[in-house]
Design a protein around this ligand. Structure first.
Ligand code: NAI
Ligand code: 15L
Length: 267
């Protein structure tokens, strides 16, 4: 993979991170194709992107035509009932990977999530190779996405970097994110490294800054990517450190935070 990608597809382009990453992604390719749900694009007044529902197999096949690499951000980004997660994150991943195989796409950078391991304790220091412990249907769907990426690398050679992103916000928002924060600058560095590092094969990495309080031991994966985070949430400890969850609650005990307070979804 050269450092300047001929055609790069960004899904979830109308979302928070999609909008944030667009300028940097545009610089690292010859042609950036941005896509999202029609309604999301309309809400942004965005007429230049390609509307596509990931649940629509034919539309996803058309979208991937001529695409060399993908930054896949599209999908449900929060804990929801299984049926809500199903179309975008389960069916959608299948459609994306099948379309990528048919189109000869070389690499997919997948926005996985820390919620793949959200049931680890806040006192744990887990690494990508430790057993998954999803904290809900959303986290489980991201684990499925990582499995899909592994399968399509092993069988069809599509390179994959699965980024278990922490809390990607302009600044840390609470006590929890003093551990999980991924700063905007580090997000950009991590995604660009995931796209352009040669011979990456298949890799799962956590996505956080060099936070003093970080839970995740991702140094090996970061070294393979040449990702050196530059920001530390500790600088915000005085500002947000007092924003905590009820002591002893699952939110306070487990890494997934507020997601542990959502569900079960009884009819
Ligand atoms: P977001 O919710 O702002 O953006 C997701 C985009 O996906 C939305 O624009 C939405 O319209 C689109 N989408 C939803 N269903 C779709 C479908 N069926 N077909 C096509 N597009 C669909 O989320 P955000 O914050 O920008 O996150 C981007 C990705 O990164 C998501 O996959 C999320 O799960 C992941 N992530 C984000 C984190 C964060 O801190 N923002 C942390 C961990 C993971
Ligand atoms: C995620 O996976 C979500 O997409 C994002 O909205 C945040 O909640 C983040 O995790 C987090 O854990 O802070």
């Amino acid at each position: 993979m050269t450092t300047r990608i001929p055609t790069l597809l960004l899904t979830g382009a109308a979302g928070l991170l999609g909008r944030q990453l667009t300028p940097a992604l545009a610089r690292c390719c010859e042609r950036l194709v941005r896509s999202d749900l029609a309604a999301a694009l309309q809400a942004q007044g965005d007429a230049t992107a390609v509307p596509c529902d990931l649940a629509d197999r034919a539309a996803v096949r058309a979208l991937l035509q001529g695409v060399d690499a993908v930054v896949h951000l599209g999908g449900v980004s929060y804990e929801k009932p299984f049926e809500v997660v199903l179309d975008a994150n389960i069916r959608g991943l299948f459609h994306l990977y099948e379309a990528a195989r048919l189109a000869g796409t070389k690499r997919i950078v997948f926005a996985s999530s820390n919620h793949v391991t959200g049931c680890y304790a806040v006192t744990d220091h887990n690494a990508p190779e430790d057993p998954p412990r999803p904290d809900g249907y959303y986290g489980l769907s991201k684990l499925y996405g990582e499995g899909m990426a592994r399968l399509y690398f092993d069988r069809y050679g599509i390179e994959a970097v699965c980024l278990r992103i922490g809390t990607a916000t302009p600044e840390p928002i609470d006590h929890r994110s003093l551990a999980s924060w991924l700063s905007p600058g580090d997000l950009e560095r991590l995604v660009l490294a995931s796209l352009t590092t040669p011979g990456v094969g298949f890799l799962v990495a956590y996505g956080c800054s060099r936070n003093t309080r970080r839970w995740w031991r991702s140094d090996e994966a970061w070294a393979r990517l040449g990702y050196a985070p530059q920001d530390d949430a500790e600088a915000y400890a005085g500002k947000v450190g007092h924003i905590t969850f009820p002591p002893g609650s699952p939110m306070a005990r487990l890494q997934g935070g507020t997601f542990l307070d959502i569900g079960p979804f009884d009819d």
